[in-house]
Unconditional design. Sequence first.
Length: 201
Amino acid sequence: MREKKEVDEKRKIGLRFASSIFAIMALFAILFSFGKYLPIFWLFHKLPLFSAFRAPVRMMVFFVFSAAVISGLSLDALSSIDYRKKKIIQNILFALGILLFIAAVTAVLSYIEKDKIIEFGRDTATKLYNNNADASRITRGNLSLEYFLNKVPSVFKNILNSLGLFLVLMTTILFALYLWINDQIRLSHLKAALFIILIID
């Protein structure tokens, strides 16, 4: 019995260490992906090899991978969770539910005011084009201002579609977790539901 407890304790320590490593990796990746728009980007460029990255946003691949690993480790840890921690998770779910509601309201308002937002996007595209008219990509591709202005409505539509899909998936995940927290479904059912959601995504 004592040996089993020691093994469980070592396993928990190992999981915490792994979670910490991937959390640091995720944080570094998301900060690096901001590129020149982050004041400390020059610091990253002093690190070996990182100065060779021409597209910092590609570091998001490491963020997504780290987030996936952390999610898997967290899901595995749910099997040994106690009542007190369940109440904490319940409070977190409630807070996330409020944020999702705010995001949903924002999406609806954005759709209602889509003409104004598209007009704002076109004005912004015009300013960016005029400020970067000599950029090599524009020069090589011989891309006109009209090309970028015609892209604005489709970009807005894609953002709204992505936001809508995100809201549906997150609502489904939170609802599944809520059912598990309240002992209405088993952990195995929760894992199956999350696996199905992952496949759909």
